[in-house]
Design a protein around this ligand. Sequence first.
Ligand code: CU
Length: 138
Amino acid sequence: MRFSTLLAPVLMALSAAALADIEVSDPYVREPVPGRDMSAAFMQISNSGDSDRVLVSASAGWTSRIEIHTHIHDNGVMRMRQIESLTIPAGETVTLKPGGLHLMLFGLQPPLAQTLPLELCFKDGECMTVDARQRTMK
Ligand SMILES: [Cu+2]
């Protein structure tokens, strides 16, 4: 019968349901400066659930390493600092944007595609993939 083919997408939806409370909006990667292999990714991460979620890592096949960074003021100078994790409080949205929180991308392998899949992993081991767009910024 057709039960098995009907059931497969249902099961996949169930296994992904644990991350149904996380929504990522407008993920994008800053177009790297020519000759440099570093850049940053930005996005908005919303948590519609009733418990905090903690982003612990990110990875992608088109970059060798990704760190979670924030900016701090240090004697009037803005400096980047790596943080171990990023909490998305229940019911809130955290914005990664230039000059603030970002995903630092190392070892980029140009030319980058326009669509850049990015895997985000949370504290309990669940991961999701979002498609970031490359964006030219001044
Ligand atoms: Cu950085």
